[in-house]
Design a protein around this ligand. Structure first.
Ligand code: NAD
Ligand code: DAU
Length: 353
């Protein structure tokens, strides 16, 4: 990618997207960064107040399912590249209402692919459609093994099935029409600005409020956690140095059983909130398991490390401390995102579980 490009980042008001937008806006002043986001419950412009007035940044409220709106954006900006993060991203919501996942994750992605294809058809050189995906497309691991870029697709939830479908469409547009595409599949992210429906911010928020900590099943499921800024750094490296047509796995090499992670969070929060040791642990409540709950995800990211020299920076203890500190000192942000429909969501997901 050259030094003066117009870049579309979709879903830039969400958790990972906001870290990616900030990194690109600050790191590449010669790029024009357009953040297109529908601002669903998960999208929050408060995540970007520090960069909203930068001259190389623009925000467009747009639903990627709306084809004419997507076409209009490509006409208006003549994008050179796309980093596509917009998605419905929460597995539990995909179980209670799968339709939104089909529309945004599949139809929305195809709308973007069509617009990119129409815009770049006769001049694809130097263009790039970079699709951000998840390790969940590979399904669930047993006690052993890692997902590699060659692992077969075996998605198990409506969320992962919709992401898998979008990956397939991106590859098909690359193979059939010669659209320059790259995909990366990442493990579980954590860090500032994550909506408190996901495990880590939900646990932090519940401990703060002395609310039960809902642990699905026996808490034996394993996730591979990566600090969100490490994901943003990987996206930057792949965007600038990745090989067209290639897939890159991204992971933290950092597997934790849910219950062990929750116990660690309890002890960090006891210390930070000045509560007696063991106080937060008492909030742990085992609840009915998530239907079809994937047992274990773990990523082999040796391609990204060896080809592009990526490596995650903070160790987990440091990353978690930073994350907890961020949530404890951003009361206003948290109050904002848990106002509105959050209580209704919580009631629907957790009552009677
Ligand atoms: P998020 O839910 O925090 O943010 C999603 C963003 O997309 C929000 O800003 C939302 O408003 C926007 N959006 C949703 N529907 C839209 C639509 N129809 N049109 C335009 N914008 C829309 O999600 P996240 O956790 O930041 O994930 C971002 C991407 O990374 C997703 O594609 C997800 O599949 C992928 N991913 C997430 C993780 C993770 O651990 N969170 C890991 C690997 C991959
Ligand atoms: O692996 C990458 C994926 O990680 C991303 O693609 C998804 O967008 C992201 O949401 C995440 O999916 P998970 O389902 O792994 O994340 P979640 O935070 O929802 O749950 C993490 C684990 O914690 C999982 O095993 C379910 C469990 N859990 C979750 C919640 C919300 C609980 O035990 N209790 C809870 O209340």
């Amino acid at each position: 990618m050259g030094t003066s490009k117009t870049l579309l980042i979709t879903g830039g008001a969400g958790f990972i997207g906001s870290h990616v937008v900030r990194r690109f806006v600050r790191g590449y002043p010669g790029y024009r960064i357009v953040n297109a986001d529908k601002l669903t419950y998960a999208g929050n412009l408060e995540n970007l107040t520090d960069i909203e007035n930068y001259p190389n940044y623009a925000f467009e409220r747009a639903d990627i399912v709306n084809k004419p709106r997507v076409t209009e954006l490509f006409r208006k900006y003549d994008f050179d590249a796309v980093i596509h993060l917009a998605a419905e991203s929460h597995v539990d919501r995909s179980i209670s209402s799968p339709d939104d996942f089909v529309f945004t994750n599949i139809v929305g992605t195809v709308n973007l692919l069509n617009a990119a294809l129409a815009t770049w058809k006769d001049r694809p050189a130097g263009k790039l459609f970079y699709h951000i995906s998840t390790d969940e497309v590979y399904g669930s691991l047993g006690d052993e093994g890692l997902f590699t870029e060659d692992s077969p697709y075996d998605p198990k939830s409506p969320y992962s099935a919709s992401k898998a479908a979008s990956d397939h469409m991106v590859r098909a547009y690359g193979h059939t029409f010669g659209l320059p595409v790259i995909i990366s599949n990442c493990s579980n992210n954590y860090g500032p600005n994550q909506f408190p429906e996901k495990l880590i911010p939900l646990v932090i928020n519940n401990i703060r409020n002395n609310r039960p900590i809902p642990v699905y099943g026996r808490g034996e499921n394993v996730r591979d956690w990566l600090y969100v800024e490490d994901h943003a750094a990987a996206i930057d490296l792949i965007f600038h140095g990745g090989k067209e047509g290639t897939t890159y796995n991204i992971g933290g090499n950092n597997e934790w059983k849910n219950i062990d992670l929750i116990l660690l969070l309890c002890s960090i929060l006891d210390r930070k909130l000045g509560r007696p040791s063991g106080a937060s642990e008492k909030l742990i409540t085992f609840v009915k398991d998530r239907p079809g709950h994937d047992l274990r995800y773990a990523i082999d990211c040796s391609r990204l490390r060896s080809e592009l020299g990526w490596k995650p920076i903070p160790d987990f203890a440091e990353g978690l401390e930073k994350t907890v500190d961020w949530y404890l000192s951003n009361d206003k942000w948290l109050a904002g995102v848990i106002s509105g429909d959050y209580e209704k969501y919580y009631e629907k997901m957790y009552s009677g579980r």
